[in-house]
Design a protein around this ligand. Structure first.
Ligand SMILES: Cc1cc2nc3c(=O)[nH]c(=O)nc-3n(C[C@H](O)[C@H](O)[C@H](O)COP(=O)(O)O)c2cc1C
Length: 173
C-alpha cells in the first residue's frame, strides 16, 4: 500500500476478530518499528508483544476496562527506557527523548499495520503501574502506549481534523 493510502486509511479500530495475526505480518510490523528514528539512534524504548489472553485481559483492566484490548489477538506495549537515553542526553534524554523514541515507534506500528490490512488503536488511558505489573516490566521501564493489533470488525468514518490554516503557522505564531 502506498504510504499516503496508509495514512488516509488508518482509523482507530476498537473491534477485533479473534483471527490470529500471521507471524509474517507481525514480523513486518516489528521490522518497521525497528526502522523508526530515535535520539542518537539509541532506541531508548522497549516493545512487548502480548498474545497471552490473561495478560491481554490484565492490560484491559489496567486501561479502564477497555475490553477491545483483550479482544485483539496481539497487543503491543511500548515502554520508555529513560536510562538509555539519559546515559547520553541527561535529563532531556530521560524526560523527552525516551518518550519520543517510544511514541514514534508506536506510530510506525499503526501505519505498518494499516498497510497490511490490520486495525489498531492507540491506547493512552491506562494506569502505568498496573500495566507495568501485567507485563513484568523491570524497574525504570515505563509503559507509554498500548497498541492492540488485529483484523477489525469495524469500518469507521474518518474523524475530523483542524484545518491546515488553523494548525499550521506561517513563519511564526
Ligand atoms: C495519546 C493518545 C491517547 C489515546 N488514548 C485512547 C484510549 O485510551 N482509548 C481509545 O479508545 N482511543 C484512544 N486514542 C485514540 C484517539 O481517540 C483517536 O486517535 C482520535 O479520536 C482520532 O481518531 P482516529 O485515530 O480514528 O483518526 C488515543 C490516541 C492518542 C494519540
Amino acid at each position: 500500500m502506498d504510504f499516503f493510502d496508509a495514512v488516509d486509511k488508518r482509523r482507530s479500530m476498537r473491534g477485533y476478530e479473534a483471527r490470529e495475526v500471521e507471524q509474517e505480518k507481525l514480523d513486518r510490523i516489528l521490522n518497521a518499528i525497528n526502522k523508526a528514528p530515535s535520539a542518537g539512534n539509541m532506541q531508548s524504548y522497549e516493545v512487548v508483544v502480548v498474545k497471552d489472553k490473561k495478560i491481554r485481559e490484565a492490560l484491559a483492566q489496567a486501561s479502564r476496562g477497555q475490553g477491545f484490548i483483550a479482544d485483539a489477538p496481539v497487543v503491543l506495549v511500548f515502554c520508555t527506557n529513560p536510562l538509555k537515553a539519559g546515559s547520553k542526553y541527561a535529563s532531556r534524554g530521560v524526560n523527552l527523548y525516551s518518550i519520543q523514541d517510544a511514541t514514534i515507534a508506536a506510530a510506525y506500528s499503526q501505519l505498518a499495520s494499516t498497510s497490511l490490512g490490520l486495525g489498531t488503536v492507540w491506547v493512552g488511558a491506562f494506569n502505568p503501574e498496573q500495566v507495568a505489573e501485567a507485563i513484568s516490566a523491570p524497574e525504570g521501564i515505563t509503559p507509554v502506549a498500548i497498541i492492540p493489533v488485529g483484523y477489525t470488525t469495524e469500518n469507521p468514518s474518518p474523524t475530523p481534523r483542524r484545518s491546515l490554516d488553523d494548525l499550521v503557522k506561517k513563519e511564526h505564531f
